[in-house]
Design a protein around this ligand. Structure first.
Ligand SMILES: [Zn+2]
Ligand SMILES: [Zn+2]
Length: 334
């Protein structure tokens, strides 16, 4: 099968993903072999490629996978051949530890990420345990469904963790793939959304999607905000987001790694008055399972840009430069 493989950590500018032929994997106990149709491109891949989050090497990246069941491994019973399924960042968890038993399998010490600890979707085929694959509602095309698997499901988790309630004010810092889905859910829930981003294109998209206000990261919004979600890869956004929160407000930091450190936080100005900061780690299966029906009901149709699998280096560079509108999606060769 054709695949884009990462052999060693490198800046994306050096085009480290290589176009190779690999043996098609065979499904083990309770696993299914999936013929990948599309795989979304996520900022986390940049973190893996550039070494801020260390994958097992060599690795096939990609964790927003849409495909069809090609072969059933021994002991499988959930799917039939040709069923359309999605695979997300959560590849496996132990199922026995207290985190798993309490519904926080995202924190399991044996957590494995798709395209990080196990090969992912930058390839024509992949394998996954049937317990970690999800049916996809008919209303989405393959390409539309891909970003919903990470940007969407994690965005949904960000919103749940922010504790936002109907009618409350929400700030979004950065307006990439995840934020442009989050804004649609928050609007559906009756929230007022304020978007902070350097890109004028992204500010325009935010307003088109229902933001009541859009400005730069340094700008003062017209009112203090109840919650904020920081999607940016830089540390400086954290104090900026805390500054616009009202008393008791909560900031959710929605990235796995920041490219540079968070500056010192002035306790009196930024944290006093019961302000909170919470990070988001991984997703649970429940996030994906709850989010898909909601996305179909709203409905959320993600803005996507399609590319060929062999263009993965180029797409990731564009992503690094903030030049992808909505979500980038890789189409498998046919
Ligand atoms: Zn992702
Ligand atoms: Zn566990």
């Amino acid at each position: 099968m054709k695949a884009m493989i990462l052999n060693s950590i490198s800046p994306i500018e050096k085009e480290p993903l290589k176009w190779v032929d690999l043996r098609v994997p065979s499904p083990g106990l309770k696993e299914i072999l999936v013929k990948v149709s599309v795989c979304g491109v996520c900022h986390t891949e940049l973190d893996e490629i550039e070494g801020r989050l260390l994958p097992k090497l060599p690795i096939v990246l990609g964790h927003e996978i849409v495909g069809r069941v090609e072969k059933l491994g021994p002991g499988t019973k959930k799917f039939s051949l040709r069923d359309r399924i999605g695979i997300a960042w959560i590849n496996s968890a132990c199922g026995k530890c207290h985190f798993c038993l309490e519904g926080n399998e995202n924190l399991c010490l044996e957590y494995k990420g798709t395209g990080c600890h196990a090969n992912g979707g930058y390839a024509e085929y992949t394998v996954i345990s049937e317990d970690f694959a999800y049916p996809i509602p008919d209303r989405f095309s393959d390409s539309e469904a891909a970003p919903l698997l990470c940007a969407g499901a994690i965005g949904y988790r960000d919103l749940i963790l922010s504790g936002i309630k109907k009618g409350q004010t929400l700030g979004l810092f950065g307006f990439g793939a995840s934020a442009h889905i989050v804004i649609q859910v928050a609007k559906y829930w009756g929230c007022e959304i304020f978007v902070f981003t350097r890109s004028e294109e992204h500010r325009n998209l935010a307003k088109k999607l229902g933001a009541v206000w859009a400005g730069g990261p340094e700008d003062e919004p017209p009112e203090k905000l109840r919650c904020a979600i920081d999607f940016t890869p830089v540390g400086e956004t954290v104090p900026k987001a805390l500054r616009v929160l009202e008393k008791g407000g909560r900031l959710v930091v929605a990235v796995i790694r920041k490219r540079n450190p968070i500056p010192p936080l002035d306790y009196a100005q930024l944290l006093w008055d019961e302000k909170e900061i919470k990070s988001v780690a991984n997703i649970t299966r429940r996030d994906a399972q709850e989010f898909f029906p909601l996305a179909a009901e709203i409905p959320i149709i993600p803005e996507i840009q399609e590319f060929k699998l062999e263009e993965a280096n180029k797409v990731l560079l564009l992503l690094k430069q903030g030049k992808i509108q909505g979500a980038g999606v890789l189409i498998m060769p046919d």
